[in-house]
Write a protein that binds this ligand. Structure first.
Ligand code: ADP
Ligand code: ADP
Ligand code: ZN
Length: 220
């Protein structure tokens, strides 16, 4: 099963992708995580992406399309994948259709998670994650059970993203509304779009996604 999770920054894509990954044995493909790894490694892609990401703008379509095209060809994607953060432009959505078609694959579900801008700012400003396993937390809505210690792997290595600052968040929301929102009608026209209320509690969102997918998903 191949899934796209669509939604603005802070909508809960990563949180839900991790739950789907665990429940259904699919692979989460987070382009944000891939780009952050490239920045940390200092690769050519990372050098190009760093300043763009810090400014809250979108990295070029060419880089993202090449990255995903390579990644979906890897062995672990054989059972299916969850795209989290890709596509983010109509050009990326069209390129995705082509690369899937060329491999005899298709998208089974495109799920839009709707969240108000004001709630997104709250979510992003309280977000932190585990550097070792990637589990995502929030100061108010999802703190670690033991302060400073990851629920999933026990690590004490908690990090906040440099672009999760109030001034960058406005630019990221603008990029979403200007460049990413136009892919919603693109998928709606194909009859592939399902909408879930991303404002609901995390576990309620998980249940709504499980209903769309027709499979049980545990809250973690
Ligand atoms: P969020 O989880 O807040 O939605 P991501 O981790 O997905 O953010 O992305 C972080 C940043 O990485 C984006 O602001 C953008 O600069 C870059 N990025 C990630 N995915 C894409 C993409 N598909 N196209 C262009 N830029 C991207
Ligand atoms: P995205 O990947 O779309 O940027 P995340 O999954 O990283 O979003 O979630 C953004 C922040 O909001 C995180 O701190 C997360 O713990 C929190 N969060 C996610 N879903 C919900 C929800 N349904 N209600 C409240 N907070 C949430
Ligand atoms: Zn961890």
């Amino acid at each position: 099963m191949n899934i796209v999770l669509l939604g603005p920054p802070g909508a809960g894509k990563g949180t839900q992708a991790k739950r789907i990954e665990k429940a259904l044995g699919l692979v989460q493909l987070s382009t944000g995580d891939m780009l952050r790894a490239a920045v940390a490694a200092g690769s050519e892609v990372g050098k190009k992406a760093k300043a763009v990401m810090e400014a809250g703008k979108l990295v070029s379509d060419d880089i993202l399309i090449a990255m995903i095209s390579d990644r979906i060809g890897e062995a672990d994607c054989k059972n299916g994948f969850i795209l989290d953060g890709f596509p983010r432009t109509v050009a990326q959505a069209e390129a995705l259709d082509k690369m899937l078609g060329a491999r005899g694959l298709k998208l089974d579900h495109v799920i839009e998670m709707q969240v108000d801008d004001a709630a997104l700012v709250e979510r992003i400003s309280g977000r932190y994650s585990c550097k070792d396993c990637g589990a995502v937390y929030h100061d108010k809505t999802k703190p670690t059970k033991v302060a400073g210690k990851c629920d999933s792997c026990g690590s004490a290595n908690m990090v906040r993203r440099p672009d999760d600052k109030a001034d960058t968040v406005a630019a990221r929301l603008k990029a979403y509304h200007d460049q990413t929102a136009p892919i919603i009608p693109y998928y709606r026209a194909k009859g592939a779009l399902k909408v879930v209320d991303g404002m609901a509690d995390m576990d309620v969102v998980t249940a709504a996604i499980a209903k769309v997918l027709g499979k049980p998903i545990a809250a973690i």
